[in-house]
Design a protein around this ligand. Structure first.
Ligand SMILES: NC(=O)c1ccc[n+]([C@@H]2O[C@H](COP(=O)([O-])OP(=O)(O)OC[C@H]3O[C@@H](n4cnc5c(N)ncnc54)[C@H](O)[C@@H]3O)[C@@H](O)[C@H]2O)c1
Length: 335
């Protein structure tokens, strides 16, 4: 199949493109480069030994999307383009609704006009909100506690309504848990600008001595060691989940939401210890007060993905830390 990846030069998009090529698909990248760099495309060429077409454009540009879908004879779209900072989303809600929700509607208009009706959408575990029970399964109530999560939930609702109105659409919303790690080559990975919001890139920057110390927000949660617990998933496992989703759409109609997680929770201290093991030295950290809005613990019931997509995450926490560190060292050399 020929697959268009919106957000294709981003962290998850670049890994997903590589997994899709490895599975025998052709890909076209579409991105406005608001949170990524065109240099990643060269790295993807090195990894795949293929030239990957890239269109620089915004998903809000319906006309350019339509032309791209037609010109490249696209069969299916993986829609990853979006803004993803929980913190920014409460400061700039209109930007977030415009980019994420209106951007998706623009994409659906272009797809509809071009007759491309297979879509995999990057949703998030943030749609669930405060856990009523754990692990979260796909039937867990959805009451997101931040604007970012509400943009994802609204998009899911739009997609469900669309499929209800026209059964020729086939759409999966993949609810990601906490993607971390990098491609084994160490050529691509997560490279946030400024001080990272997420734990793993923060730990990597402390390990590389770019930041002096790791702040762990809260050690008095009702978890196994008092620190927050998350379902960390290796980005290459997540990427392979998308190709499994594309395969599913070939034979199945309708709309489904599916969790992509490992089904296990690791604490902040588990992750730090694992990183220290890779590094061979200690990561300096200090305990800081809890952050408002952080949940103590959540993780996925990953059984639906296994049942429907025949997909399971299999890479370890050590592998997540190891590939993060290889990428970090490589990008330091290159910088
Ligand atoms: N990384 C996570 O922890 C996580 C978790 C759950 C869901 N997601 C979702 O997965 C998707 C990809 O996330 P990521 O971590 O790769 O983020 P990312 O920022 O690295 O990638 C997103 C890409 O989309 C592009 N983009 C943003 N707005 C655009 C627009 N209007 N038009 C065209 N391109 C645009 C950015 O330039 C970037 O390259 C996002 O939709 C995000 O919300 C991410």
């Amino acid at each position: 199949m020929i697959i268009l990846l919106t957000g294709g030069t981003g962290y998850i998009g670049s890994h997903t493109a590589i997994a899709a090529i490895a599975a025998g698909h052709q890909v076209v990248l579409y991105d406005n480069l608001s949170n990524s760099h065109a240099q990643v495309i060269e790295k993807m060429h090195t990894i795949t030994h293929q030239k990957i077409p890239f269109v620089q454009g915004d998903v809000l540009n319906t006309e350019l999307l339509y032309k791209t879908l037609v010109e490249y004879k696209i069969d299916a779209v993986i829609h990853l383009a979006g803004l993803k900072s929980v913190k920014d989303s409460s400061e700039y809600p209109i930007n977030y609704y415009h980019n994420n929700v209106s951007g998706t509607i623009s994409l659906l208009q272009a797809m509809s006009r071009a007759g491309v009706k297979k879509l995999v959408f990057s949703s998030s575990a943030t749609v669930y909100g405060e856990p009523q029970y754990l692990p979260y399964d796909e039937n867990h109530p959805t009451t997101p506690i931040n604007v970012y999560g509400r943009t994802k939930l609204q998009i899911e609702e739009v997609l469900r309504d669309l499929v209800d109105s026209d059964s020729t659409w086939r759409i999966l919303a993949l609810r990601y848990f906490n993607p971390v790690g990098a491609h084994a080559s160490g050529l691509i990975g997560e490279n946030p600008q400024g001080i990272p919001n997420n734990l793993m890139p923060y730990v990597a920057q402390v390990a590389a001595k770019e930041l002096p110390i790791l702040h762990i927000f809260g050690d008095d949660y009702a978890t196994k060691d008092g620190t927050g617990e998350r379902d960390y998933i290796h980005v290459m496992d997540l990427a392979e989940g998308h190709t499994a989703a594309i395969d599913y759409l070939i034979n199945h109609e309708g709309f489904r939401c599916i969790n992509l997680g490992t089904g296990s929770a690791f604490s902040v201290l588990d992750l730090v210890k694992s990183f220290e093991h890779v590094l061979g030295s200690k990561i300096p950290y200090q305990i800081s007060p809890r952050r408002h809005g952080d949940l103590p613990k959540y993780f996925a019931d990953a059984s639906l993905a296994h049942e429907l997509l025949n997909w399971k995450a299999h890479r370890s926490l050590l592998d997540m830390c190891h590939t993060t560190w290889i990428f970090k060292k490589n990008s330091k050399k290159g910088s």
